[in-house]
Each structure stands twice: as structure tokens, then as C-alpha cells.
Design a protein around this ligand. Structure first.
Ligand code: TRP
Ligand code: ZN
Length: 880
């Protein structure tokens, strides 16, 4: 066990930096055995600090210090103190130049923080605290400096040398080496620093900004990926235009670069002028990437690009403010995706993620506010709460202010804080100042953790024609927080008449011109709203477009849900009604293994969806997806995952049996001719076909089997090939399963992004992903413990999606996960800490499961030399 417990960092202890670094002059000498980093800092005492002539403190991690000099004079060992994670230099003057030389070993860096090697190239990841793995530096976002970077390396192995800004000098050196010098004119925190050195091909394009400046766009990828850049480049150009049109934000440097690297802890990184991407989040071709991957790439390219303003020009004062840039930027990329594709479908996808994973996080041991007030390891706080709930909070401001005032607010924010490191409070204040609205109660969304619960009840006074809606809000206790105050919640709603017509929402009798939809504002623990002039009891449509990240409980009848599914004018709520109906039916079968019949209302509703081609097919494709096992678990108490899995499967099979002919017709109707395009219509068509196929194979339909085999062979795109593969892998046709898996591997074995998909199809499958098979995948020639994507595609997919196997009553799934987390903790703590998440949910499960999950956590806790990352997650999960 670890002897010195990691330290907790508190927001309340924030102090402005005692020293500022105006400029940084870096020289990297890159070699196979390591790298030497020369850093020259222009340091000045911070006039805003009351620390006075304090010692200078620099962060450092895993560095070998070669030399240290102050104003040209070498400091020997007595002149400073090395505290392991910090250098402390006392008695420094008011302004001075500090020269630091460090030696690092990128080739042995498996944590993928700082400078490391990935498939033969050098690359960096400095957010959040990776720069301290490169050199000693005040590694905090409120220290912003101008960077000049010279990179020296062997020319033949590393012809391409990149860093932030503009290349200002280059030339050859002795011994076959060369150098390039980069200068970034914009002061930035060191977490936005980046360096890349490798043998990469360059793809060029250009973009003319709204003010007529021509921007050089460049993508750098390994030669074998040269044909997979078009989609990202196109997404980039559309993002640049969108940010000008919608936010008035123009790009500021002359060059914008994107680099793809195979080994990367997260999706991508917004380094100034030099975005670095996980290969799987940027490279795509029709043959190798699914529709989902195309959409994910578009969203991530946009996300990183949008950070240039929301993150880089205006950055975070400290890491407690992380959602300032992440929540806002996710909101921005979601709006972009909504404008590009189907807004309703985009909203459904985002809400699905939020309700399944963020709600679970917020109800678990790592629950934290959008602006946390303490942490041990900041990497653990790149969470769904910071990103997705943070985006919901910005979205609520948008709906409270309306689009015009919101735009005024964002203009004010960017103008007021350009070049500064600020707080979420500064963001809210800009919105208040621009709009004149008081958001003081709204700020609780940043401070209080937990998902608010809205209990809705209603009554109809037939004689007065008044419908009363009562909404009570409560916020559950979360670690360290109880007795919370009511929050300011925008609640969009409408009322439907018996014929399905939208009813005017009259708050007073005789109200003419009453709207058909209102955004009610909840501020108290309880509100009652009266709607006048109604001749019959209406059906309420609540929380339209999911106007706030809350749970709504209302005693819907199945008739009402079926009615809303086909009549609600809000597409999102149609979908939601379908989900609620399906949840209700599935929950009725959990722990009721002899009950075989399912409610005919569900069958009828689905029959209509499948057969009526006049409906919005993109929405229909979403409505046909039954609520996931993970979501069903999130909704239950004392969850029994295998029972939930079995109940859901039974419902699927009943539906597939009852609708067999409609499914075949739907499959045939959605046959696509003409070239592959990633449009909402085509995506919907492929999704419907592949859903039909997977349902048919669940009931061992021989025609379905034939269609799947044929589609697998003939597909001209990965969505269809993968759809057929998945359907066959999850079927009982064992011989087909083996055949298609090996054919697929042979065809794509040289493409890591496809091999990842091949791994996860198996790991997520109840048929192909039994524990011995999972262990075999870990031994497979294509598996690589050092590559986070491979680890996620096997271990992450198993524990996150193959729930009946992971939650085997004998506890073997938990033991397996604990073992792999321990193994990864030594090489990559960030990944290990993320992988352990499923075990942290142990309180959610029935005791026979929960106790064994807890035992898995204890095993991890007791590992020798546990990283700070895993320590924090495991200890918080075991705390009582
Ligand atoms: N800022 C990045 C983004 O949201 C997130 C990120 C990329 C990150 N790599 C990381 C966070 C490594 C922590 C560690 O786009
Ligand atoms: Zn981001």
C-alpha cells in the first residue's frame, strides 16, 4: 500500500501566481536514447501577488535536471531545493532569466503525458499537467507566456518538425540532423504547448476567413493514412465557417495544423495552432469508418477547433474552472452538429449519453459539481459532468436568454477576457451583463452536484376548465454535499388534446395568442402552474428537448406514452415517450422469467414505426433502439444485470417474432443505391437496415442470416459491413460467426482503426465475449497493452457493454477487471483510472454483485505503488 497518501487540492486555496513567465525559449534535441530540453524563461514578479519576494517554485515530474542558471550564473545544489515534484529557488530578483536543462526519455514514456513516442514519432500531450514532464515550469494555466521552440532531430527519420505558431527558421545541422524554429505570437498556458517530430505526409488545403485572410490548413499523418484525411479536412473548413457565422469568431494564426497519432489517452487536444488527434478520432474512409465514426470525427474536429476561442484565447484560471472551456466548447460543437445533421437525432444522442453515463456518475462516489471544489488528480476530472453536464448548463443559459442575448453575452465574454485566464463565474457574469438577467440562483448549477429530481403531478378541474401542473424539485445528497438549495430550472412543456392537437397554454383565462409551448422557470422547491380554457383533460408533454439535465417522474400510463409517441410535436419527446414505454415493459419482465408475453401496445407502436415510411426516418431509426442495458441499470435500484439483460433480450425477441415480415420489408425498402454519403437520410436508412438485420438474427431467421452474409460480403462501406458482422457475431450461428470474424480480420489486419472495431465487436458480445475469449483477445497478435485504443476496445468494451458477462454471478468479470487495472496502473495510470469506473458503481447493484465488485476494488486498493490517479478513484469509491 502507498504510504504517503496523495494530497487534496482545494479551490479555496487558490492564490495568484507569485511569478509570471513572459516568454519561454525552448530547444529540443531529440535522440533515440532520450531528449535534452533547454528552456530559457523570462521571469518577473507578479504585481498582483501579495507574496512579495517569495521563492520561485517550479513543477517537475520524472525529470533529470542537467543544469540550472539564473541570469547566466549556474546555480549549484545548495542554491535551490529539489522536493521531488517541485524545485524551489529562494532569493530570486524581481525580474530575471532562468535557464533550465533537463534530460527526459520519451521512448520509455508509457503514461503518454509530456513528450513521448508513438509509432516512431515524437509527440506531446501537456494538458492538464504534462508540461512538467518536459521541463521545470510553473505548470498552471494562469501563467501565460510567449513560446519560441527550436526542434533538432535526425533529418531522415524525422523530416517533419512541428510546434505551435509559425515556422520562422529552418536549416541543416551536422551528422544528418536538421532543425526548425517555431514562434507562437499568442501568449498561452504551457498546457497548450505541442511538439511533433516524425516521418509524416502532409495534406494541404486552405480557408479564407471572413476578413479575407488566407489560412494554410495542413494535416500530418503516417503515409499509409494519406487517403483518410478528407473528411476531417472538410469538417475543419465547415467548423471555421460556422464559428464565424454563429459566434463571429475568426481564426487568428496563418497556419492551422492537425496531426494524427495512434497512442493517445483521450480523443484529441486543442494545442494552439497544432491540434493533436487520436487516429481513431480523425482518420476515416468509407471502407474503414462507420457512420458513427464519421460523425464523431466531425464533432471532435469542430470541438478542438472551437477551443481556439473557448479555451485558448480565453483560458481557465485554474483546473477547477475546466468546464469553462469544456462545457462551453461541447455546447458549441453540439450546436454545430445539430446545424449540420438532424438536430433531433443529435439531441437524442447527447441526452442518451447524459442520462446513461453522466447521471450514473453524478449518483456515484465520484460525483462532483460542474465546478469542483477539490481534487487529488486533475486527470480524473475530465468527466462527463465537466463536459456533458457543463454543456447542458450553457445550453440552459442559452434557452433562458434566447439566441440573441446569448450571442451578445458570448461577444462580451470573448471581448472582455481575450488573452486572460478566467473563471466560470466570469462567463456567467458576461451573460448577465449583456442580457440584464440575474443568474445568481442559476450559479448553483456550477456549485451543487447531483441530478435534480422533478416530481410532477397534475389535476384537472373540469368545471373550471383549469389544468394544474405541480412540479416539486429536490436534489439528492452527494459526497460532501447535503441539504441543497433549489436550482433555477428552465422547463419546456406543452399540452396535447385528445386528437393529438397542441393546445394553447393560457396562464390566465381569456389569454388570446397563448403559445403552444412554454419554458416554465422553476426557482422554488415547489411550483403550481394553471392552464386555463381547456375542455378536456390534456396529456402533458414535459421537459421538451430535455430543456434541463434532470430526472422527471410523472405517473404516465402506457396509453399516454403510446399517444405521445405518435403525436407529440416535439420529436425528442416522441422518442422519450417510446423509451419510457419500453423501459416500463422491460422492467415488468425483470425477475419474472416465466412471463413471456409483452404489452401489445409496444408491439403496435413499433409496427407503426417500422412500416410507416412517411415518418421522419432519422427519428424512427433512433426510436427503434431499445433502451440500453446500462440505462436500465441506471434506472434501477439493487440492479441485477444478468436479469436485466435477459428481460431486454426477451422483449427484443418478442418484438422481432411479432414483426418478422415488417422487418424484412423494412430491410428491403432501405436498400441504398448510389454513392455512399454521410447525410441524415442515408445514415437513417443504413441504421434501419442494420437494426432489422440484428433483430432477425436474434430469432434465428434463415432469411435474415442469408441477408446478413450477403451484406457482409457485398458492402461498400464499413457501416454496412460492421452491421452485418455485429448481427452475425451476436447470433446463434456459430460457424458463421467464426467465418466472418476471421474474414474481417484478414481483410483489415493492417488497419489499426478497423482492428479496434473488430476487437470491440467481440468484447461487447454476449456470444463472442465470454471471459476465456476476452483473455484470448488480450493474447492476440494485434493487441497492444501500450495502446489505449486497444485496451479500451477489449477491456473497456467488455466491462462497459458486455454487461451480462461482466456481471457474472461468480464475480469472475470483476476479478478480471481488477487484475487488468492493476496491470495498467504501472504503465498508464490515466487509462487505469478510467477503466476501473465500472467497479466504482458497486452500490448500485444487488448485494450479491455489489460485495464482489467491492472486493475487486479492494484488490486494486491494495496493489503496491498505486498511482495517484487510481488511488483517488478507488479510495473515494470505498469511502463510507
Ligand atoms: N482538452 C482536451 C479536449 O477536450 C482533452 C484532453 C486531451 C485531455 N488529452 C488529454 C485531458 C489528456 C486530460 C489528459 O479536447
Ligand atoms: Zn475540449
Amino acid at each position: 500500500m502507498r504510504t504517503n497518501q496523495p494530497k487534496t487540492i482545494y479551490l479555496s486555496e487558490y492564490r495568484v501566481p507569485a511569478y509570471l513567465v513572459d516568454s519561454v525559449d525552448l530547444t529540443f534535441e531529440l535522440f533515440e536514447e532520450g531528449a535534452r530540453v533547454h528552456s530559457v524563461l523570462s521571469v518577473r514578479r507578479n504585481p498582483d501577488s501579495d507574496a512579495g519576494p517569495a521563492p520561485l517554485e517550479l513543477d517537475g515530474d520524472s525529470l533529470k535536471l542537467e543544469s540550472l542558471a539564473l541570469d547566466g550564473k549556474t546555480l549549484d545544489e545548495g542554491a535551490f531545493e529539489d522536493l521531488g515534484d517541485r524545485l524551489v529557488i529562494p532569493g530570486v530578483p524581481e525580474t530575471f532569466e532562468l535557464t533550465v536543462v533537463t534530460w527526459i526519455e520519451p521512448q520509455n514514456n508509457t503514461r503518454l503525458e509530456g513528450l513521448y513516442k508513438s509509432s516512431g514519432m515524437f509527440c506531446t500531450q501537456c494538458e492538464a499537467e504534462g508540461f512538467r514532464c518536459i521541463t521545470y515550469f510553473p505548470d498552471r494555466p494562469d501563467v501565460m507566456s510567449r513560446f519560441r521552440t527550436r526542434i533538432e532531430a535526425e533529418k531522415s527519420a524525422y523530416p517533419v518538425l512541428l510546434s505551435n505558431g509559425n515556422d520562422v527558421d529552418r536549416g541543416d545541422l551536422a551528422d544528418g540532423r536538421h532543425f526548425v524554429t517555431w514562434e507562437d505570437p499568442f501568449p498561452k498556458p504551457c498546457y497548450l504547448f505541442a511538439l511533433v517530430a516524425g516521418d509524416l505526409v502532409e495534406k494541404r488545403d486552405s480557408f479564407t476567413t471572413c476578413s479575407g485572410r488566407e489560412i494554410d490548413l495542413r494535416m500530418y499523418v503516417e503515409p499509409r493514412n494519406a487517403e483518410k484525411c478528407d473528411h476531417a479536412m472538410d469538417s475543419l473548413k465547415r467548423s471555421m465557417r460556422w464559428d464565424e457565422d454563429v459566434y463571429g469568431r475568426e481564426y487568428d494564426l496563418d497556419i492551422f495544423m492537425i496531426v494524427a497519432v495512434d497512442d493517445f489517452n483521450m480523443g484529441a487536444m486543442e494545442n494552439k495552432g497544432l491540434n493533436i488527434f487520436n487516429s481513431s478520432c480523425v482518420l476515416a474512409s468509407q471502407e474503414t469508418a462507420t457512420d458513427m465514426a464519421f460523425q464523431r470525427i466531425e464533432a471532435i474536429v469542430a470541438h478542438e477547433y472551437f477551443h481556439n476561442w473557448s479555451g485558448n484565447r480565453v483560458t481557465c484560471r485554474d483546473w477547477f474552472q475546466l468546464s469553462l472551456k469544456e462545457g462551453f466548447t461541447v455546447f458549441r460543437d453540439a450546436s454545430f452538429s445539430a446545424d449540420t445533421g438532424s438536430p433531433t437525432v443529435k439531441r437524442i444522442e447527447d441526452v442518451t449519453l447524459l442520462r446513461t453515463a453522466q447521471f450514473a456518475e453524478d449518483a456515484g462516489p465520484m460525483s462532483h459539481p460542474v465546478r469542483p471544489s477539490s481534487y487529488m488528480e486533475i486527470s480524473n476530472f475530465y468527466t462527463l459532468t465537466i463536459y456533458e453536464k457543463g454543456a447542458e448548463v450553457v445550453r440552459m443559459i442559452h434557452s433562458l436568454l434566447g439566441p440573441d442575448m446569448f450571442r451578445k453575452g458570448s461577444d462580451l465574454y470573448f471581448e472582455r477576457h481575450d488573452g486572460q485566464a478566467v473563471t466560470t463565474d466570469d462567463f456567467v457574469r458576461a451573460m448577465e451583463d449583456a442580457s440584464g438577467r440575474d443568474l445568481s440562483q442559476f450559479r448553483l448549477w456550477y456549485e451543487q452536484a447531483g441530478t435534480p429530481v422533478l416530481d410532477v403531478s397534475d389535476e384537472f378541474d373540469a368545471s373550471a376548465g383549469i389544468y394544474r401542473l405541480t412540479i416539486r424539485q429536490s436534489i439528492p445528497d452527494t459526497p460532501g454535499q447535503s441539504n441543497k438549495q433549489p436550482q433555477h430550472i428552465p422547463f419546456a412543456m406543452g399540452l396535447l388534446g385528445a386528437q393529438g392537437q397542441a393546445l394553447p397554454l393560457r396562464l390566465r383565462s381569456g389569454d388570446t395568442d397563448a403559445p403552444l409551448e412554454r419554458v416554465l422557470e422553476l426557482t422554488d422547491a415547489e411550483h403550481t402552474f394553471e392552464f386555463h380554457g381547456l375542455d378536456e383533460r390534456p396529456v402533458p408533454s414535459l421537459l421538451r428537448h430535455f430543456s434541463a439535465p434532470v430526472r422527471v417522474s410523472y405517473p404516465w400510463t402506457r396509453e399516454q406514452l403510446q399517444f405521445l409517441m405518435s403525436h407529440d410535436p416535439d420529436g425528442f419527446n416522441r422518442w422519450d415517450a417510446g423509451q419510457r414505454l419500453a423501459v416500463d415493459v422491460i422492467q415488468g419482465l425483470v425477475g419474472n422469467p416465466d412471463e413471456d408475453a409483452i404489452d401489445s401496445r409496444l408491439v403496435d407502436a413499433y409496427r407503426q414505426l417500422i412500416s410507416d415510411s412517411s415518418l421522419d426516418q432519422a427519428l424512427v431509426a433512433k426510436m427503434l433502439q431499445l433502451p440500453s442495458e446500462a440505462y436500465l441499470i441506471e434506472l434501477s435500484e439493487a440492479a441485477d444485470a444478468p436479469a436485466i439483460h435477459a428481460a431486454r433480450e426477451r422483449v427484443l425477441k418478442r418484438l422481432a417474432t411479432a414483426l418478422r415480415d415488417e422487418l424484412v420489408a423494412c430491410y428491403n425498402r432501405n436498400h441504398q443505391s448510389g454513392p455512399y454519403r454521410v447525410t441524415p437520410e442515408q445514415i437513417a436508412g443504413r441504421s434501419l437496415r442494420n437494426t432489422a438485420l440484428s433483430w432477425l438474427l436474434l430469432i434465428n431467421d434463415d432469411e435474415g442470416r442469408e441477408l446478413a452474409s450477403q451484406q457482409f460480403r457485398a458492402a461498400d462501406n464499413m457501416t454496412d459491413r460492421m452491421g452485418a458482422l455485429r448481427a452475425l457475431v451476436n447470433s446463434d450461428y456459430e460457424a458463421d460467426r467464426e467465418r466472418v470474424l476471421s474474414e474481417f480480420y484478414e481483410r483489415f489486419r493492417h488497419d489499426p482503426q478497423v482492428v479496434e472495431q473488430w476487437f470491440s465487436v467481440q468484447a461487447a458480445s454476449g456470444q463472442a465475449g465470454r471471459l476465456p475469449q476476452i483473455r484470448a483477445l488480450l493474447e492476440h497478435e494485434a493487441f497492444d497493452w501500450k495502446n489505449p485504443n486497444k485496451v479500451r476496445s477489449v477491456i473497456g468494451a467488455f466491462a462497459g457493454q458486455n454487461l451480462a458477462e461482466f456481471h457474472k454471478p461468480d464475480g469472475s468479470g470483476y476479478e478480471f477487471l481488477a487484475e487488468q487495472v492493476c496491470r495498467l496502473d504501472d504503465s498508464n495510470p490515466q487509462i487505469a483510472a478510467r477503466l476501473v469506473t465500472p467497479l466504482t458503481r458497486w452500490r448500485k447493484f444487488a448485494p450479491s454483485y455489489g460485495e464482489q465488485m467491492k472486493a475487486g476494488l479492494e484488490k486494486v486498493r491494495d496493489k503496491a505503488g498505486l498511482s495517484r490517479d487510481v488511488y483517488e478513484v478507488v479510495h473515494k469509491s470505498l469511502a463510507d
